[in-house]
Design a protein around this ligand. Structure first.
Ligand SMILES: Cc1cc2nc3c(=O)[nH]c(=O)nc-3n(C[C@H](O)[C@H](O)[C@H](O)COP(=O)(O)OP(=O)(O)OC[C@H]3O[C@@H](n4cnc5c(N)ncnc54)[C@H](O)[C@@H]3O)c2cc1C
Length: 316
């Protein structure tokens, strides 16, 4: 479920979180002709900004981030800067290095359609930042993270996901899949909130229930996700603790790049993840090499490692 941070005013009418299609429709309807503030520069914040900008019906869109990057735990600073530029070209305003301390309230007795029961009714007046600055807004969208609702499985106390086995099984007859699950894949035990991973979980669990050996186990799979912004699909494969040990090829500014991520700066360290815009063939080849334990090292990549050729060679 979406996390609502402990900000004063986070519960007033006109403050939204986004999880379901119904939430998305409500936000779209409520933002018509309105000044929208989005808090958070992760996926949800950036995809919301992109979707609202593409709808073209808001008065303004301002994204507020605590750091100076977008998707900062996923892509390098250079790629982040390219994404910021892409959003700015579509009219998004950014306020970085800013913490929202309060969502301010104004009394609007009746909305502009004369209906105070309208679900899109808002009492938001704006947001106040920790430095005292105030930004006027009519609605606020919180893109401030999600957390698994593990309390519905009483016996599981790990707040960061249900610790299931390789078949996504918690105990006899009970499985936990998708965003709530923290199983072990080829790259270790982790909880991942992405669609393709949830799909993999479904296939693995169904195979386990049916005793079908023809489906790859989770341990033979690597995580993958995409995020679509302005019709451009940024794709990511693998898992890296930080995007800051990286090698970048191409030009993020022209939305044509691939970058590889490592656990450290060592020349012999193998890449553990990659992200791309526009170089999907290379990403698919990398994913296959990674899955089969043949991801290139930093030194190999610097020496001109041909990802596609190497993946072909491995599958011959
Ligand atoms: C706005 C948004 C954008 C996203 N964009 C991307 C993207 O671009 N790429 C990507 O890879 N991933 C994306 N994701 C993540 C992706 O949607 C999730 O990882 C995926 O949906 C997880 O699947 P799931 O089945 O675990 O959970 P969900 O899809 O959330 O399904 C959970 C279901 O359980 C139901 N449920 C919950 N509690 C109960 C209960 N007590 N009783 C009965 N039913 C219950 C819910 O109603 C829901 O239908 C996005 C998510 C959001 C919110």
């Amino acid at each position: 479920m979406p996390i609502t941070p402990p900000i004063k005013g986070a519960d007033i009418d006109g403050v939204y979180t986004l999880r379901s299609m119904a939430d998305a429709k409500l936000i779209k309807a409520a933002s018509h002709d309105q000044r929208v503030v989005i808090i958070g520069t992760g996926f949800i914040g950036m995809e919301t900004a992109s979707a609202l900008a593409q709808a073209g019906t808001t008065a303004s869109i301002t994204v507020i981030g605590q750091g100076s990057r977008v998707m900062s735990n996923i892509v390098s600073e250079t790629v982040s800067n390219a994404l910021i530029k892409l959003h700015e070209e579509k009219g998004i305003n950014f306020v970085f290095d800013a913490t929202v301390s309060e969502i301010t309230k104004i009394e609007r007795q009746v909305d502009k359609d004369g209906d105070s029961n309208n679900q899109a009714f808002s009492n938001v007046g704006g947001v106040t930042l920790a430095n005292g600055e105030h930004i006027d807004a009519d609605i606020v969208v919180l893109g401030t993270g999600v957390s698994p609702r593990t309390e519905i499985l009483h016996e599981v106390n790990d707040p960061d996901g249900v610790q299931v086995d390789a078949h996504l099984q918690l105990r006899d007859g009970i499985y936990a899949l998708g965003d709530i699950a923290k199983p072990t894949n080829q790259m270790g035990r982790m909880r991942i909130e992405h669609w393709r991973v949830a799909l993999q979980h479904g296939m693995v669990t169904a195979a386990a229930i049916l005793n079908d050996d023809n489906v790859d186990s989770l341990e033979a799979r690597i995580p993958f996700f995409w995020t679509m912004q302005y019709g451009k699909s940024l794709r990511y494969s693998g898992h890296a603790p930080t995007p800051d040990h990286n090698i970048l090829f191409g030009t993020p500014d022209t939305l044509d790049y691939i970058e590889y991520y490592f656990d450290d700066e060592g020349a012999d360290t193998r890449a553990s993840a990659a992200s791309t815009l526009g170089r999907d063939k290379e990403l698919v080849a990398f994913s296959e090499l990674l899955r089969r334990g043949h991801a290139p090292t930093r030194a190999q990549l610097n020496a001109g490692f041909d990802m596609v050729d190497q993946a072909h060679a491995l599958s011959r």
